[in-house]
Design a protein around this ligand. Structure first.
Ligand code: LLP
Length: 447
C-alpha cells in the first residue's frame, strides 16, 4: 500500500495532505519546515481537527431532549494555549490535580466551567478549588466527602458536587473492558450500598449541593451497551433515592471513553454515532422510570485530541540483523510516547520528507532510551531510510505529551499548533538546563 492510500485509509481528516514537495503537510503547514524551525521530536496539533471533533461530539448529543454539556478530560493533553483553545469552543473541562487546575487558571479558563476529579485530592487541592470557585467537585470517596464537608463549613461556602458512582458492571460478567466494576479504586460502589450512604451524607451536609452523579466506565470503548447497562444500574437506584430522599438528579455525567483509531488495523469508531445511540438509550431509560431529563454531560478526552496529534522524529542510527530485524532509531520514544511500552499501543508512521517513496522494506522503530522495551513501532513498512529522514507518527494526540517524562534525562519535546497555514509554538522544548531548576549542588563539594 502506498502512503497516500494508507493515509486515506487511516484518517478522514481533510487537513492532512502530501504536498508538491512530497512532504507531509498538516493544516497547510509543511511538517518538514516545522521540524527545521522547532527541532525534533515535535508534537504537532491540528487545531481545526480538535474543533471539528468537539463539534461532532456536540452533534452526537443533539437528539437528547434536555440540556447537554461536553467537559474535556484535559488529562489527555493540556497546555495553557490548549485550555484557551478549548474555551474558544465554549465547552467545560475536567482537571484531576492541582497542577491541571493551576494551568487552567493560568489560561484564564472560566472557573465555573471547571470540574475537579481524582481519587485522592489533597486538602490543598480542595482548598485551591474552593478559592477558585470552580463549577463542580466530583467527590470520589468518603475521606474526600468528610474533608469537603468540613472545609465548606469552615468557609461557609456553598459548593456544587457530583458523586462518582461505580455502577458495578463487571468485566467478568460482560465482555467489555470497564473501570465501572466493583473492584475499582474509583468512586462509590453502587451495589454494596456505599453510593447510597454517600448520597445521604452529602444531602445532609449544610454546604454541599449535590448537583448529580457521575460515572466513567473506562477508555477505548467502542460499543454503547456498556454505557446503557451502567446508566440503567445508576438510574434504577436514583429512582428509589428520589422517593426515599427527595433527591433530584440535575446532572448525569456519563464520563468519557469513546474509542479512537490509532492505526488502520484498529477498529474505526464514530463517537458521534456512539453518542446518538447512548442519548437514545438514556432517554428510553428515563422514560421507563418516568424521570425528568437531567442535564447530560460527557467527558471525552482522547476522542477530542487523538487524531489531531502527529509526532515528528528525526531518524538516526540503524542496526540490521539479517533474518531477524532491522532497527531504526529515532530521537524520542518512551519519553514522549510511553503508550507502546505501557499499553502495547500500536501506531503507524510515514517518512514525512519523502511521502511519495514506496514502502519497500519493513523496519522496527526504536526509541532512544536505555531500555529494550522502548520500541515505538514494530514491523512498520517504510521506504529505505537514512539518518536525517523524518518519521511522522500519526494519531498521537492522546496521552502522549501528557504522559511525557524525563527518563534518561531526555528533555520533553516542543508542542506546536497548526491552523489555517499558520504555526504557533504552544510549549517550548525542554533543555537540559531546565533540569537544573530543581537541582541543588552540595554546599561544600570538594573534588
Ligand atoms: N473521565 C474520567 C473520570 C477519566 O478517568 C477519563 C480517563 C476520562 C474521562 C477520559 O477518557 P477518554 O475519553 O480519554 O478515554 N493513559 C491511558 C488512558 C487513561 C484514561 C484515564 N481516564 C491511555 O493512554 O490509554
Amino acid at each position: 500500500m502506498g502512503n497516500k492510500e494508507e493515509l486515506a485509509n487511516f484518517t478522514a481528516r481533510d487537513t492532512i495532505h502530501i504536498n508538491e514537495n512530497n512532504h507531509l503537510e498538516i493544516a497547510g503547514v509543511d511538517t518538514v519546515e516545522l521540524a527545521k524551525k522547532y527541532g525534533t521530536p515535535l508534537v504537532i496539533y491540528d487545531i481545526q481537527t480538535v474543533r471539528e471533533n468537539i463539534r461532532e461530539l456536540k452533534e452526537g448529543l443533539f437528539d437528547y431532549q434536555g440540556p447537554t454539556e461536553v467537559s474535556y478530560a484535559s488529562k489527555a493533553f493540556s497546555s495553557v494555549a490548549f485550555y484557551q483553545t478549548i474555551h474558544q469552543e465554549n465547552i467545560a473541562i475536567d482537571v484531576v490535580s492541582g497542577g491541571e487546575l493551576y494551568l487552567a487558571k493560568q489560561a484564564g479558563f472560566p472557573a465555573k466551567k471547571i470540574n475537579f476529579h481524582g481519587n485522592n485530592k489533597s486538602l490543598q487541592e480542595l482548598t485551591d478549588a474552593l478559592d477558585y470557585n470552580i463549577g463542580n467537585i466530583i467527590v470520589d470517596n468518603f475521606y474526600e466527602l468528610e474533608m469537603l464537608k468540613q472545609l465548606t463549613k469552615q468557609r461557609q461556602q456553598m459548593t456544587n458536587i457530583l458523586l462518582r458512582i461505580t455502577p458495578g458492571v463487571s468485566a467478568d460478567t460482560h465482555q467489555y473492558i470497564m473501570t465501572g466494576q466493583a473492584d475499582s479504586k474509583f468512586g462509590f460502589d453502587l451495589q454494596n450500598g456505599q453510593a447510597e450512604q454517600a448520597l445521604k451524607e452529602a444531602l445532609e451536609a449544610s454546604y454541599l449541593n449535590v448537583e448529580g452523579l457521575h460515572m466513567h466506565i473506562g477508555s477505548q470503548i467502542f460499543d454503547t451497551d456498556s454505557y446503557a447497562l451502567s446508566m440503567n444500574q445508576i438510574l434504577s437506584h436514583v429512582n428509589k433515592w428520589q422517593k426515599k430522599y427527595g433527591f433530584q438528579l440535575k446532572v448525569f455525567n456519563i464520563g468519557g471513553g469513546f474509542g479512537v483509531q490509532h492505526t488502520s488495523e484498529e477498529a474505526k469508531n464514530s463517537p458521534k454515532k456512539q453518542l446518538k445511540r447512548i442519548s437514545q438509550q438514556l432517554m428510553k431509560l428515563l422514560d421507563d422510570y418516568g424521570m425528568v431529563y437531567p442535564e447530560l454531560w460527557i467527558e471525552p478526552g482522547r476522542s477530542i485530541v487523538s487524531e489531531a496529534g502527529t509526532t515528528i522524529y528525526e531518524i538516526g542510527s540503524q542496526k540490521t540483523l539479517p533474518k531477524i530485524r532491522n532497527y531504526v532509531s529515532i530521537d524520542g520514544g518512551m519519553s514522549d510516547n510511553i503508550r507502546p511500552a505501557f499499553y502495547d499501543a500500536k501506531y503507524t508512521g510515514f517518512v514525512a520528507n519523502r511521502m511519495n517513496a514506496e514502502a519497500n522494506t519493513v523496519v522496527s522503530i526504536a526509541g532512544k532510551a536505555c531500555e529494550s522495551g522502548d520500541m515505538l513501532i514494530y514491523d512498520l513498512p517504510l521506504p529505505e531510510v537514512k539518518a536525517g529522514d523524518l518519521l511522522a507518527v500519526i494519531n498521537t494526540g492522546d496521552y502522549t505529551f501528557a504522559m511525557a517524562n524525563n527518563y534518561n534525562r531526555i528533555p520533553r519535546p516542543a508542542v506546536v499548533f497548526v491552523e489555517d497555514g499558520k504555526d504557533f509554538l504552544a510549549v517550548r522544548r525542554e533543555t537540559p538546563k531546565d533540569f537544573m531548576r530543581f537541582e541543588n549542588t552540595l554546599p561544600k563539594y570538594n573534588h
